[in-house]
Design a binder for this molecule. Structure first.
Ligand SMILES: CC(C)(COP(=O)(O)OP(=O)(O)OC[C@H]1O[C@@H](n2cnc3c(N)ncnc32)[C@H](O)[C@@H]1OP(=O)(O)O)[C@@H](O)C(=O)NCCC(=O)NCCS
Length: 194
């Protein structure tokens, strides 16, 4: 597909409907109204913080892509500053026209304006498109974010496994005692009747 003429601008509240459509797979799974409310909160926060911005890309007056930009640190312990370009998304039907690159150009400018030397983003490990896109921009993989439910994690920890195996052995030793007592009762009643 041919390169398009892409206009980049800061998102406003009037973009909430299209942003919800674009980011449907990264918003929390809840009702449409709650997702819209979440986006209004995100836009409101970005408006008040000069180190955050929601950027949209337009072709012919139509929003076809967006990215959330925020100055943060590399990790909880590595306090080097970086711009996190979160969820650069382009509408299906507009891929490979330079829209994603235009959004990442906005991320680079945002970082340069603030003197920040690093730009990071995240891609689903399974998304070939996203990983190729980032690789092309020299953005290599650094870490894999792993998630579990708190309960799922608890069940797999050694303490929980030990509780399970202790209660399993308590059940089996309980069964053994039942069998010994039943055998004794059997022997006693055999002596009485003989
Ligand atoms: C990843 C994504 C943002 C790329 O947007 P885009 O507008 O298509 O990207 P561009 O047109 O600027 O592509 C720039 C270069 O990246 C590479 N690239 C992009 N998509 C690619 C793909 N599907 N396969 C291989 N290379 C790809 C190409 O080298 C491309 O240059 P070329 O078209 O001249 O070959 C878009 O595919 C998208 O929204 N995907 C779904 C959401 C997503 O996964 N977002 C990223 C992480 S949250």
């Amino acid at each position: 597909m041919s390169r398009a003429s892409v206009l980049i601008r800061t998102a406003t509240e009037s973009d909430v409907v299209v942003l919800r459509e674009l980011w449907s797979d990264v918003l929390r799974s809840t009702t449409r109204d709650e997702q819209m409310a979440d986006l209004r909160t995100v836009l409101g926060t970005a408006e008040e913080d000069e180190d955050s911005r929601v950027v949209v890309a337009e072709i012919d007056g139509q929003v076809v892509g967006a990215v959330h930009l925020r100055v943060t640190v590399v990790s909880t312990l590595n306090l080097d500053r970086m711009v996190l370009a979160f969820a650069p998304h382009v509408m299906p039907g507009h891929h490979r026209r330079g829209v994603g690159s235009a959004l990442m150009e906005a991320a680079a400018s945002f970082a340069e304006e603030r003197g920040v030397g690093l730009v990071g983003s995240a891609a689903l490990s399974a998304s070939r498109d996203a990983n190729r896109f980032f690789a092309r921009l020299s953005m290599g993989p650094v870490a894999t974010l792993r998630l579990a439910t708190t309960n799922g994690l608890r069940q797999r920890l050694p303490a929980a496994r030990q509780v399970r195996s202790t209660s399993a052995s308590a059940v089996s030793s309980g069964r053994h005692i039942d069998r010994v007592l039943a055998a004794r009762r059997g022997r006693r009643s055999a002596r009485v009747s003989s």
